[in-house]
Design a protein around this ligand. Structure first.
Ligand SMILES: [Fe+2]
Ligand SMILES: [Fe+2]
Length: 604
């Protein structure tokens, strides 16, 4: 796939092309595409507005920028279809959107007064009558905010049966609007209840990945942390054997075109000695984010050290090779080649309030410097396609992820804009995932006597199932952990991911996975040990599913029959101590102050 690594001077058009899958944006020969129209508007905005005006543009100002032809395309070119009989089209719109989208009133839709709540959001209904023939509906909005609207179609005459044809974009589908229907083609989410007045109409299932297709507001941004010349935001990951390799990545301003690491086994006096250090050149690539107006281009430097000694602490420093360019020495420790006790930390969504998440992380590191690495179960940031958010993530994790490996998992927010391009730009990860799934999204590794299988629950669960089974079947590890973002057992109402529940949990059962480390629901949940979707008495007979949140956004949590511990409005980090004597796992969830808020022990 194409990442946002474009040459200097790459235009915004190229940037958008990289974000937009061509199949969904192809011209159909009838009219200008929304995609090309938006690109043209953005180009004009960049020409005519100052950088501060671009960053601060409002919906009315963005609307005023549109020509009448562009208004027509954005007002009717987003979703198109043909109907065989006269119909009434109802738009169910995210009610938080105020006057958006601009085309609803303009094109003669009127509010019916009906409001309904789906999962956590309120929607209001707007309708308009159309004769048989072609119908065009507009973009989600210009702000990119909120949840995509739903489309319902019913015949004007009671005896007519509506048929929808020539549906564009081609990945949209139709379904009867009844309880249990999936409103979106790209999500597993189902609607548990339907307003009686709308029941049994024909639903056009829309695509939430298209919510930002016409985003003109908040598209341009500034980073609080522009990349300096001296290396910073240094982060450790593993992309190969944790026992003998170490991957290190960092950034610099665009002016610094190369990167070097120097490293050595930590000497007895803990002092870095440059004369006896080895050096290795980094792979350096430009990262272009043209909408980040105050730092549109920086350089990413990545190095993979190989042939390291297991269970060994190294000191290292990175720079551009010039005498004054080196960072202060930091250290990393390779994984053991034998079975030893160890600890690691697991966290759920950081995502919001990264400054306060940073305090939690720094406190975790201070409290448990012995913890080997940090596993984060997705939604590391809120705006996965925006570099300022990643800059903030790395700024607030300074001093931790340059000395403890980060094991990241993909959440839905990393997929903002369709593909997790900036996630890939920032992390180099193992390429040992399932065939048919993009590399570095699902992967596995072993550490001491534990197996870790990282899955991508944004993608088709079925495509990862055979690989998951092979990974679990082939390991001799005593402890088995899986991690993915969307919970098999939700803490919220109506958020359970059925693909995960139905396809993956039977495999966790079969191979006795100990813990599933999940995110997404912005609450703390520990289930009873579960097997075959039933509660069982002992952890040794089932899998415990955990949800946690490390950032500052929280969702409510009703009690479920699988809930053993449910806590809300609480950010935590979890320390998992793997003890060899007696084969015990001691698990503790700590709040930001370090207080233990949940704990349990599994003994093998
Ligand atoms: Fe989240
Ligand atoms: Fe999420």
């Amino acid at each position: 796939m194409k990442h946002l690594r474009l040459p200097v001077g790459a235009t915004l058009i190229l940037f958008l092309a990289a974000l937009c899958p061509p199949a969904l944006h192809a011209h159909d020969g009838v009219q200008a595409s929304v995609h090309d129209t938006v690109a043209a508007v953005i180009k004009r905005m960049q020409r005519d507005l100052s950088l501060d005006e671009l960053v601060g543009i409002t919906v009315p100002k963005a609307e005023a920028f549109l020509t009448s032809q562009e208004r027509e395309t954005l007002g009717a070119g987003h979703i198109r279809f043909r109907v065989n009989v006269p119909v009434v089209v109802t738009i169910l719109r995210d009610a938080t959107l105020g006057d958006e989208p601009f085309w609803l009133r303009e094109r003669g839709f009127t509010a019916t007064g009906l409001k309904t709540k789906f999962y956590t959001r309120e929607f209001d209904a707007w309708e308009k009558s159309f004769p048989a023939g072609r119908i065009g509906l507009g973009v989600h909005n210009l702000s990119g905010r909120g949840t995509h609207y739903l489309v319902l179609v019913k015949a004007q005459q009671g005896g007519d049966r509506v048929q929808v044809s020539e549906l564009y974009p081609g990945n949209l589908r139709t379904a009867a609007f009844v309880a249990g229907v999936k409103p979106f083609v790209d999500q597993e989410l189902q609607l548990s209840g339907i307003p009686a007045a709308l029941e049994n109409q024909l639903l056009i299932q829309t695509d939430t990945r298209r919510e930002e297709d016409a985003q003109l507001v908040s598209l341009f941004s500034k980073t609080q942390y522009p990349a300096p010349d001296r290396a910073d935001h240094v982060a450790l990951t593993w992309s190969d054997d944790p026992r003998t390799t170490q991957t290190i990545q960092w950034r610099t301003s665009a002016r610094i075109k190369s990167g070097v690491i120097r490293y050595q086994v930590k000497p007895a006096n803990s002092m870095f000695d440059a004369r006896s250090a080895r050096t290795k050149r980094a792979n350096t690539q430009a990262l272009s984010t043209p909408t980040l107006v105050n730092d549109p281009l920086n350089q990413r430097h990545t190095v993979v050290l190989t042939r390291l000694k297991p269970e060994t602490t190294y000191l290292y420093s990175v720079g551009d090779g010039s005498p004054e360019g080196w960072t202060a020495p930091a250290e990393f420790t390779t994984a053991p080649a034998r079975v030893v006790p160890f600890s690691f930390i697991y966290m759920g969504d950081a995502q919001n309030g990264l400054d306060r998440w940073g305090v939690l992380l720094q406190n975790a590191f201070r409290a448990r410097p012995d913890a080997a690495f940090y596993l984060m179960a997705g939604d590391l940031v809120n705006r996965g396609a925006e570099r300022w958010d990643w800059d903030s993530f790395f700024e607030h994790s300074k001093g931790v992820f340059d000395r403890r490996q980060l094991v990241p998992v993909l959440g839905n927010h990393e997929y903002q804009g369709g593909e997790p391009a900036l996630y890939h730009a920032h992390f180099t990860l193992p390429r040992n995932g399932p065939k048919g799934v993009p590399l570095q999204r699902a992967y596995s590794f072993e550490y001491s006597n534990a197996k870790f299988v990282i899955l991508d629950s944004n993608l088709d669960a079925a495509k990862q199932t055979a690989w998951l089974e092979r990974e679990l079947a082939s390991t001799k590890a005593v402890w088995k952990f899986v991690s993915y973002h969307h919970p098999a057992y939700s803490s919220s109402a109506n958020r359970t991911n059925l693909g995960v529940r139905n396809l993956w949990t039977p495999i966790f059962d079969k191979y006795r996975v100990d813990l599933a480390l999940q995110g997404h629901d912005h609450a703390y949940l520990r289930t009873y040990p579960m097997r075959a979707q039933q509660r069982v008495a002992n952890a040794s007979d089932g899998t415990i599913y955990i949800i946690s949140v490390s950032g500052t956004k929280y969702y409510d949590q009703p009690k479920h029959d699988y809930t053993e511990v449910g806590l809300t409005k609480l950010s935590t980090y979890q320390v998992l101590d793997i003890q060899i004597n007696g084969n015990r796992l001691v698990y503790r969830a700590h709040d930001v102050e370090g207080q233990v808020r949940d704990e349990f022990v599994i003994e093998k």
